[in-house]
Design a binder for this molecule. Sequence first.
Ligand code: F6P
Length: 334
Amino acid sequence: MSHLKEKLEEIEDRVRTIGVLTSGGDAPGMNAAIRAVVRAAIGKGLKVRGIRRGFHGLLKEEIIDMTTRDVSDIIQRGGTILQTARCKSMLTREGQQNAAAICKKYGIDGLVVIGGDGSFMGAKAISNFGVNTVSIPGTIDLDIACSDYTIGFDTAVNTAMEAIDKIRDTSTSHERCSIIEVMGRGAGYIALWCGIANGAEHIIVPEIHDFDEKEMIADIMAQKMRGKKNYIIINAEGIGDSINMSHRIEEATGIETRATILGHMQRGGSPTCKDRVYASIMGSMAVDVLVQGKTNRVMAYQGAQYIDLDINEALEMKKNISDYQYDVAKMLST
Ligand code: F6P
């Protein structure tokens, strides 16, 4: 192959327009990632198109040009300025093919997808239809196996921790037992971290299968006999049933028990410094990855390093709550 032909092919292959979308549940810090993608790409002489409402908006061609000024004053804001959605059509081959065709129609030859592992599957499918993609882990649940960090977890866990501190104040005044249900879908990371940070008496997470409610009630009774006056139980959403559980505890122990489901407040609010910084670095690196001509990649944070991984490799990884951390939480609560 001649040098000139090689050069021409290299120019042909080069990413010129980057699309960016947020998908699945929103997470504080997504705006910092969008800002970084837009500014890093424009700084490299690329065009940027923002896609509203995730893959759903992509299929409806809700695509806008983005400039550096469009992302001013957003790094400190929760939510996502591009908005987000969950999209069933992306589970079908037809939807995936259409999504890739729409990217091509708008000249999007590199796509940054910010979301959870469901969104990664969408990115992977689009990549298979010829559009280069890189995904960034964005979820408050911390349940992306390939990464020790996901955008939004730090803010969400701090929001939950502060709320639980407040609940402890009133729980102590009234000598009550309080069950607080935190988000996390099938994962117990928010529950575990709050359990340690709030000094909860009990943590219930879906990953630990030998949880026994009767044992917990017996423990509350034993502590009551020793003069303990209030109890905080942090229950992960993946277990749920907090309101019924509060009735069962009250009935069995005679201690007034209240349940609070923290809900979507955990997904909102101004991102912490960590979420702003990590999201900015991942957003900027995602652009670098696309500029290098790579596709089907996932950004990750592992062992204090930001890296990019093959999406198939990333999706095959598994992670679980550390037994040691769970045991520490249990031991320190006594
Ligand atoms: O994945 C983030 C998350 O907030 C989970 O913790 C929770 O299970 C889910 O999204 C709630 O989703 P929705 O906002 O669609 O009710």
